[in-house]
Design a protein. Structure first.
Length: 317
């Protein structure tokens, strides 16, 4: 961005009030933790919001679009990293990796006889949501682990699912009752909130594993805790949570059949570099008057705020 003549400022804000003050005179913002409407309203020069990642639920997207501000994302930069993390969590839960590590460190060689483990080979993987990440997970599971894959994704047709060697089902329940592992890959919207609720967990195949590397709000956490404690689920692998950071008081942190990670699935060094590059390239494009590649709503371009390229260009990162 500096090579393109853009002054770059690094945010030091620790709360929303400070964040609002920092963006008052910038032309572009690159965000990781979201941007509320108050900050957008405080920045009359703002010409683009570039989201460092795929999920934009923490950005006031509708408000930005109403103001004529394009919101761009990086939908393909970290999907393979997230897919790899998804498979890692499946293995870690199925093999009890965290417990095995702890046992080895205390020289407990009887652990291997006392704790059940499962193979993934020949099992059925149910993928909920079949965007880029879900598709890569399907290929990894089939080719690498010999898993059967079923998909529930209301917006994807049977032909597209079949092209990835998977079978499409018409309802979430149809997926839950046959899947040994259920992996979530839906965006968070009002209609996807608590996709996995108490009713879904009651319908899930007994002894199944639940994996979530998408958004915490897809899962009703108290209901999940009940299912894990009762043994309805064999275990769960979670990278995302309804509240982040995960409170230390969360029951999830006390359960031995859960593997947790701090929303890091897409944060390999390679994925972070690609994501940053895509964010910067799209900021440069907008401020130069070129339509960026990954706009959430391309129709905003025709009614965008004007004059950004003619002003002194500054970006808050």
């Amino acid at each position: 961005m500096r090579a393109a003549g853009i002054e770059v400022r690094h945010s030091t804000a620790t709360n929303e009030t400070e964040r609002v003050a920092e963006v008052r005179d910038v032309d572009a913002v690159i965000v990781r933790e979201g941007l509320p409407a108050a900050a957008i309203d405080a920045a009359p020069r703002l010409a683009v919001i570039s989201n460092h990642g795929t999920g934009t639920d923490k950005i006031a997207v509708a408000h930005a679009h109403a103001c004529g501000i394009p919101v761009v994302s990086t939908p393909a930069a970290n999907v393979r990293a997230v897919a790899e993390h998804t498979m890692m969590l499946m293995l870690a839960v199925a093999r009890g990796t965290v417990l095995a590590d702890a046992a080895t460190r205390r020289s407990d060689w009887q652990h291997r006889y006392n704790v059940p483990m499962h193979s993934l080979y020949g099992k059925t993987l149910g993928i909920v949501g079949f965007g880029r990440t879900g598709q890569i997970v399907a290929r990894m599971a089939r080719a690498g682990f010999g898993m059967q894959v079923v998909v529930w994704s209301p917006r994807v047709d049977e032909a597209e699912v079949a092209a990835h060697g998977a079978a499409r089902v018409d309802t979430l329940q149809a997926l839950l009752v046959v899947s040994d592992v259920v992996s979530l890959h839906r965006p968070l919207r009002p209609d996807t909130w608590h996709t996995i609720d108490a009713a879904a967990l009651a319908a899930i195949k007994p002894g199944a594993i639940l994996i979530n590397t998408s958004r915490g709000g897809l899962v009703d956490e108290p209901a999940l805790v009940d299912a894990l404690r009762s043994g309805r689920l064999f275990g769960a692998g979670l990278d995302v949570f309804e509240r982040e950071p995960l409170p230390t008081s969360s029951p999830l942190a006390t359960l031995p059949n859960v593997v947790l990670s701090p929303h890091q699935a897409g944060s390999t060094q390679e994925a972070l570099a690609d994501t940053a590059s895509q964010c910067a390239a799209q900021v440069i494009d907008v401020l130069a008057g070129r339509q960026p590649e990954h706009m959430l709503d391309p129709s905003v371009w025709a009614r965008r705020r004007n004059g950004a390229a003619q002003r002194a260009m500054e970006v808050q990162a």
